[in-house]
Write a protein that binds this ligand. Structure first.
Ligand SMILES: [Zn+2]
Length: 101
């Protein structure tokens, strides 16, 4: 009867045990691309790259999920309409996330 205590604390993403197959810089690149997205510069290709990245990166996935609640990211329509407020909000989130890593 193994009693598992909650000793498995989640620290800041260090090098231990997380299935993060890419480096931090890769995450930052994705974040920057998301930033381009809110400037209407994001191509379908990049959407695909982001999706692939998200498959391998729980951290980024969580982040993008929260963005998706603001707008639907990478949806079929290539040029979603974002209000100025949406952009400001997303940019803020992105910058915050990027600088916290
Ligand atoms: Zn990532």
């Amino acid at each position: 009867m193994a009693q598992r205590s909650a000793s498995k604390r989640k620290r800041q993403a260090s090098t231990t045990g997380q299935p993060h197959t890419h480096g931090k810089s890769r995450c930052l690149r994705i974040l920057r691309q998301l930033s381009a997205y809110i400037d209407d510069e994001l191509s379908t290709n990049i959407c695909q790259e982001i999706r692939q990245h998200l498959g391998a990166c729980p951290n980024c996935e969580t982040f993008v999920m929260s963005l998706r609640q603001t707008v639907s990211l990478c949806r079929q329509s290539p040029a979603p309409t974002l209000s100025t407020a949406d952009r400001a909000l997303m940019r803020e989130k992105i910058l915050k996330t990027a600088s916290s890593r």
